[in-house]
Design a protein around this ligand. Structure first.
Ligand code: ARG
Length: 463
């Protein structure tokens, strides 16, 4: 079935577009979310055309009033996105012409949808990146709060998921705060490179009109203009950079979620999640499942997928614009929506979780977690570290055989391994001492965690 010939480009055609082809081609259902940016870009473009004598003051006024009215009506829900338009750009322009007549038809002078869409996405992503940054800050605040509350809580630190050395539980949490601060830095870097205006690149080759690109760029809050018109319309690096930064962010959130899931299990029981962030089972009455953390871990895959999808879309494209590029939007929008949703539940879930200090302490008491400290004890008494390490290895094997831990072995038995052992070894290998003494910069001591948390609060203020 053929639809009517009301397309803006209908002049060149004898036949109307097939209905299925029209639906296939249209991006309005997903690019309509950029309506405010499209209107903002059009207003700046019109202002520039008027400044350059290409539009009259009267025409500019009509265009601005018309565009403002469209914005208000969309926001009020009076104006809805009808199927007829090919994309948000055509929708706004057609609506404007319907409202103000001929002046509306002049808006597209010295412009193409190719530079228009490139501007719209940059404006949209610039704002959304800021939203994500503030959500990450909330997550960091929750982590810092928990790290401070649990700075004195002793827990096992792991390597290979085997108990390794005792740490402050807050220290473990603060590692995630560091990752998230780097994520903010990456997003800020993306925004810097994204914040240049491609408007005025037109279809691909610029224009013969005497335009002022710097003017539109400054009206739209860009730091400058793109230097090459072909690059201006065909570049989507900024989408990829953002999605790469999101992918790394999600990888961090996924690692944290994985730990939350483990910690909430009966096998660990290091934390109790708030009821508001857990669910029950339809059959097993005892269940309290960490669904939110699992979903964050699960949704990481789709954010990676969005990035790979767009990388793949772009890899074979000749310059300049190709319709394939319309595929950028669903991928980048999906990754933004996903990241925002995840952060929105993560921060309060972290803020409300309870750390079960008795359990983390008990876990740290098992698994010979203070063996390094025992070796350090011998080394500090003059034994070469490698020799001390070997002796402690033998002591551990002996304890395993006997079914006891290092703290339970009698001094006489210690002396059989090395006569320098004295009674002070017991305080040296107590969990409290082991953590307390890890005062090296950035180490796992209680004091270090408090210092890290205080420093992080300052970092947050500066971001
Ligand atoms: N909807 C299109 C997109 O998102 C806008 C640009 C269309 N340009 C063109 N020459 N067909 O990519």
């Amino acid at each position: 079935m053929l639809i009517n010939m009301d397309k803006m480009w209908a002049g060149r055609f004898q036949k109307a577009l097939d209905k299925k082809a029209d639906e296939f081609n249209s991006s309005l259902r997903f690019d309509c979310r950029m309506y405010a940016q499209d209107i903002q870009g059009s207003k700046a473009h019109a202002a520039m055309l008027c400044k350059q004598g290409i539009l009259t003051e009267v025409e500019l006024q009509a265009i601005h009033t018309g565009l403002d009215g469209i914005l208000q009506d969309i926001e009020k829900g009076v104006l809805t996105f009808t199927d007829g338009a090919e994309d948000i750009h055509m929708f706004v322009e057609a609506e404007l012409t319907k409202r103000i007549g001929d002046a509306g038809k002049k808006l597209h002078t010295a412009r193409s949808r190719n530079d228009q869409v490139a501007v719209d996405i940059r404006l949209y992503l610039r704002d959304e990146a800021e939203v994500v940054i503030s959500l990450i800050k909330e997550a960091i605040e929750a982590i810092v709060m928990q790290a401070e509350t649990n700075a004195d809580v002793i827990a096992p630190g792991y390597t290979h998921l085997q108990r390794a050395q005792p740490i402050s539980f807050g220290h473990h949490l603060m590692a995630y705060a560091e990752m998230l601060v780097r994520d903010i830095g990456r997003l800020q870097d993306c925004v810097k490179r994204m914040n240049v205006s491609p408007l005025g690149s037109c279809a691909l080759a610029g224009t013969t009109y005497h335009t002022d690109r710097a003017y539109t760029a400054s009206l739209l809050g860009f730091d400058g203009v793109t230097a090459n018109s072909i690059d201006g319309v065909s570049d989507r690096d900024f989408c990829l950079e953002l999605m790469s930064a999101f992918s790394i962010l999600m990888m961090h959130l996924s690692r944290l979620s994985e730990e939350i899931i483990l910690w909430a299990s009966w096998e660990f029981k290091f934390i109790e999640l708030d009821d508001a962030y857990t669910t029950g089972s339809s059959i097993m009455p005892q269940k309290k499942n960490p669904d939110m953390a699992e979903l964050i871990r699960g949704k990481t895959g789709r954010v990676y997928g969005d990035l790979i999808a767009l990388l793949t879309t772009l890899k074979g494209l000749p310059l300049a614009y190709n319709k394939d590029m319309q595929e950028d939007k669903e991928a980048v929008f999906d990754s933004i929506d996903t990241v925002k949703m995840c952060l929105e539940v993560l921060a309060p879930m972290l803020a409300t979780m309870k750390v079960l200090a008795k359990n983390t302490y008990a876990a740290a008491g098992k698994g010979f977690i203070n063996a390094t400290d025992l070796a350090d004890y011998l080394a500090k008494k003059g034994r070469p570290f490698r020799a001390a390490y070997k002796t402690v290895g033998q002591i551990v094997a002996y304890c395993i055989e006997k079914g006891c831990v290092l703290d339970e072995l009698a001094l006489e038995e210690y002396k059989k391994f090395d006569e320098v052992f004295e009674a002070d070894l017991y305080t040296e290998i107590s969990l409290q001492t082991c953590v307390e003494k890890r005062t090296s910069e950035g180490g796992a001591s209680f004091a270090s965690v408090k210092k890290q948390a205080a420093a992080m609060k300052e970092v947050l203020k500066s971001l």
